[in-house]
Design a protein around this ligand. Sequence first.
Ligand SMILES: [Zn+2]
Length: 454
Amino acid sequence: MFDFYRLINKHIVYPLYYWKSGDKRLTRLAELEKNQYLSPKELEALQLKRLQKIIQYAFDNTKYYRKIMQERQLTPSDFTCLKDVEKLPLLTKAIIQENMQDMISKAYPFESLIKDSSGGSTGEPTIYYKNKDRHNLRRADQIRHDRWSGWDIGKRKALIWGAQRDLKAVQSFRENIIATYIERNWELDAFEMSDSEMKSFTKQLEDLQPSMILGYANALELYAKYLLKNEPNHKIELDGIVSSAETLTEEKRKTIEKALHCKVLNRYGSREVGLIASECKQQKGLHINADNLLVELVDNNGHAVSEGNGDIIVTDFWNFGMPIIRYKLGDVGKVSNTTCDCGINLPLLGSVEGRSGDFFVKPDGSKIHGEYFTHLFYELPQVKQFQMIQQSLEQIDLKIVETSSQTDHDYLEPIIFKTKAMLGEQVQVDVEILDEIKPTSTGKLLFTISKISD
Ligand SMILES: [Zn+2]
């Protein structure tokens, strides 16, 4: 059935509603859509202009940035190329918590700022603030990247999402009307995914025929597996799927694509800065939201890495309420060594590899995924359980539980050899044979732990 309302929404309802409410997302979107075709040189010039602006602003309006720049005898005029950003220290969650009051801009009345917090798998939530304009601008970022999936304003979008405060937080009648008739979003609850719930997902999706689904990688995979097993002949016809918030492995991607017959585009973002990078249909890597953010991949000393993995660092060009410059998100990304021929010139992030804590650090500061060491134990009948802990660049503790008590420990030699080959000859590997290895306080048994990675 032809969806007439799509055209009415796109050309009349949507623009009129946001024009009336003073929201500039569409003007902004037009600008962003132009930016994605800028040449790399033009884009770099734009980034530099925006970086200089936020540094100058932070210096003028926040105690924290003025202090750290004065300590380093820097002034805003010392930033003449993008690489100069490395003159500033990294910002961590702990630093934000300690210095929050000093990071908030004195140019804004405190009550006008929007408070938010980010979870994080490891520790305490980080509280931060943003000015309202910044908050609204994020919508335009999202629309630009969503359109790469084949979706467009006016078309329906389904969300398989579960963040209570995002979706279910006591939605008013008005918010419901906006979601349904203006945004045309349809929500499916990722927290309730029993077979009977998923059966109802299919019914809803078949009736609504959304253009796109946006969801958590794991929720999408769960639903895809359900479809393949129970409803392989469903009639859901999508233009594309965007997977976000969790790591999309190639295996998950294949399962979802097979079940829903369309491309799955990977997306990476954070609550603090919004959308960071997103794939186009070529799936050659994630195009960085580079006109709004500066994304760096750095080693342990905060310097750019030119290949392999690095810590993902972001600078938000637009949060004037609480400038966020060189923020370490705690994730590791891979440098891209390819280009995309889709026509979009936004630079590529190779991939997002995982949390920093999952990685071991090499003497040159580069990182290797803990998985490398896990593989060394594959198919060793002598080993029932193991745990490898990187205490320092010189010290590895290896705990082993054997299947039955071994008299001969020769099987350990290749493991130690390969560990040194990866982490350097200076490494001392201490082996301890135990009766059991205790899980962490959360009940998780970690095979590899690096204490110097984060
Ligand atoms: Zn592309």
